[in-house]
Write a protein that binds this ligand. Sequence first.
Ligand code: GLU
Length: 474
Amino acid sequence: MSTPVRTRFAPSPTGYLHVGGIRTALFAWLVARQVGGQFILRLEDTDKNREVAGSAEHLIASLKTLGLEYDEGPDTGGPYAPYKQSDRLDIYRTWAQRLIDAGRAYADPYSPAEVQAFREQAQAAKKAFLYRDHRPVNPPAWDGTQPLRFKSDPKAYSWHDAVMGDLTTGPEVVDDFILVKSDGYPTYNFAHIVDDAEMHITHVIRGQEFISSMPNYLNLYEALGLDRPIFATMPHIMNEAGNKKLGKRDGAKDVLEYVRDGYLPEALVSFIATLGWNDGTTQEVFTAQELITKFSLDKVGRSGARFDEKRLLWVNGHFMRELTLDELAKRAEFFWPESAKKAADPYKKQVLSLAQDRLKTLRDLPGLTNYFFAEPAANPALLTDNKQLKKLESSEIDRLMAAARDALSTLKQWDAEHIQTALNELLEKTGQKPGILFSLIRIYTTWAPFSPQLNDTLALLGKETTLKRLSIYQ
Ligand code: GLU
């Protein structure tokens, strides 16, 4: 029987969870879910200086919001608990002791000034600085106050990375790195290997920043007698221009901010999955279920993926249109304009059904729907900024509005179909172009830059409101 797939997401609580982190989590989740394996959340909080209060809660909330539920984790427990590294210090000590006993770790006796002197010597000799060139002959016994260093066994390595392909390095990049720091906490380099082994992780899926340390990790796997897991290194996420790594300044927000800004979690999941991955077809949007079926690490690109917020907006619009009306109503709850607070739910749903096609994010809701709930304030710029409308004399506008009022006031049945018939007749009668006549009616009844189809809009506004609005601004 083959080993059950177990993947993990192992973030450090050192700040908000950026898109790259979420993508790593998503891919690890997909790899587990597609074969009925397990996805584990492990908090790597051994760098106490870099810890940011609240970031663990934030990253857990981000995963949960996107539906990346984990089977084991700090708040859910599991067979290999604890899942927070600072609660596992005894475990690292045990493993460190094994290395000491095997002669593969030693107490580092040097002061920072001594290490600096070694560095300078190497620089003067035009050689790369390596700790292993300075191994103490008789290291002191490790009492936990000095750093504990790995005694490496330098050699060339070849390994396969599920994304980056076959990689090789020479012995010169293998060095004696720190396993346990003088503050008693293990380094990432040591702790993650211990934890991945103890937690039976089969796939190590992580960012590119760790790839240069791979030869050291491979050396440590050997010293500990561990089998290598499958490695998959994610490409960087680049800014929109594709010329540098994505940073906060490039406008990339954290996923919870996007959700607060009216983006749908399922759109974020689809968009993030396609940062560097596609299924080899032209399909651009994927449901989580499709991703689970179609995702594969070997289709993740090796070069950086461009983060294009305009594409995210487009993907979001797609998912907005796919929602059932009931679902849209649920999602819209916190995004209605103030004016809609007292409106009845069935009316709000009718408004949504008209606005749905035009909503790119839920945040668009107030701008697109406020006039269904409250009298809109006139915004003359909508007339004066419009190429065609700004040429109209005000007497012509008065004539058209009066004709519109007449035509609509005689309507017996106030529904979209009858309104459309009346509007068509009005076109003939006034001899105006639809681009002018319908735009004017739309503006006078909504004072919004966009609105749903005119006949639908008027039908929902009701006869009384429509006629009143058409008279007010004459
Ligand atoms: N704790 C590391 C980080 O947050 C995780 C790397 C890994 O997944 O092994 O960057």
